[in-house]
Design a protein around this ligand. Structure first.
Ligand code: HSE
Length: 324
């Protein structure tokens, strides 16, 4: 498989950069229960496809296809903003066309804007043969998130670049840690077909929290990270408790607590809101339980009049990547 998307000049044996590449940018789940704004993971086979083309005409052209009605003015488009930032950083002019085939619903909680932002950072870096590392790519992608959500959070864009779990230990400067997923960890997702804008779901959050709640929350975050490193599924489950953000946002998601109870009854380790919702995710040990959780989600939602999609996925090792 041609991973670098270069081809070889048969006469000179020199590498030629291709003028067009196709990128897969994965969906992601952020927060992972208690770890608001600092932890996320990448999903398998759910994501956007993006094509990057060099153009003779200088500037950025956006073509929007698929779901949502994305703005095509570069300054108003998440991928466009990332391209503008990269161009500024290189202090050079270039011509680029970005075709976004949006397959992740905007406002789903599954990292739709992060996929566009990360795909753009990764794709532009590859197209021009630049050598930005993953920290730098995340930094660029965060500018896209800022446009979409009003905040430079990296808990979706980091795993969308690196795959696995990505922990943001600090933002100033960006300090990012990749964590392998325990091998039997599965994620089940229900995506009710309603839109929740992250920017709105952030406005309703408390600005301050009580110290006694902070103690409970950071105990759970530490437990969750320890559970991931130790592949201790039981510890992961009992640490996935969010007493600060989830209770406020639960009201935005019809039948959230019914979904959560059904998942736990079906054997899930834990269940919470994916990002800012409306998608809800549950972790399970093994595919059999993850599929039972999918049935439980289905039974909970099938008669409430809201359309929905269901997914079962392992945690993907890879972030944004080239497609054949
Ligand atoms: N951490 C962000 C939030 C993720 O919860 O607002 C948004 O997908």
């Amino acid at each position: 498989m041609d991973l670098t998307k270069t081809s070889i000049d048969k006469n000179t044996n020199a590498e030629i950069m291709l003028d067009e590449i196709k990128v897969f940018a994965p969906a992601t789940v952020a927060n992972v229960g208690c770890a608001f704004d600092i932890l996320g993971f990448a999903l398998h086979n759910i994501g956007d496809e993006m094509i990057f083309r060099k153009t003779e005409k200088l500037g950025i052209t956006i073509i929007s296809k698929g779901l949502g009605n994305l703005p095509t003015e570069p300054k108003k488009n998440v991928a466009g903003v990332v391209a503008i930032e990269m161009l500024k950083d290189k202090n050079m002019q270039f011509g680029i066309e970005i075709e976004i085939n949006k397959l992740i619903n905007p406002g789903s909680g599954m990292g739709s804007s992060a996929a566009s932002a990360s795909g753009a950072a990764f794709g532009i870096n590859k197209l021009f043969g630049w050598n930005y590392n993953s920290h730098e790519l995340v930094h660029f992608a965060m500018q896209g998130e800022k446009l979409a959500s009003g905040a430079e959070h990296a808990d979706n864009v980091a795993p969308a670049i690196t795959g696995k779990f990505a922990l943001i230990r600090g933002y100033n400067p960006l300090d990012m840690i990749e964590i392998d997923a325990p091998k039997d960890l599965y994620c089940t997702i229900i995506h009710p077909q309603i839109e929740i804008k992250t920017i709105e779901a952030r406005k309703i959050l408390p600005k301050e929290i009580a110290l006694k709640n902070a103690v409970i929350q950071w105990g759970n975050v530490a437990g969750l990270i320890s559970g991931l490193y130790q592949s201790n599924y039981e510890l992961i489950g009992r640490s996935m408790k969010d007493i600060i953000i989830e209770p406020v946002r639960a009201d935005l998601i019809p039948d959230f607590y019914e979904l959560k109870n059904a998942a736990i009854q079906a054997g899930a380790l834990g269940c919470s809101i994916a990002g800012s919702g409306p998608a809800v995710f549950a972790f399970s040990k093994g595919e059999t339980i993850a599929k039972a959780v999918k049935h439980a989600f289905n039974d909970t939602y099938k008669n409430n009049g809201i359309s929905y999609h269901l997914f079962v996925s392992k945690i993907c090792d890879q972030g944004a990547r080239l497609m054949d």
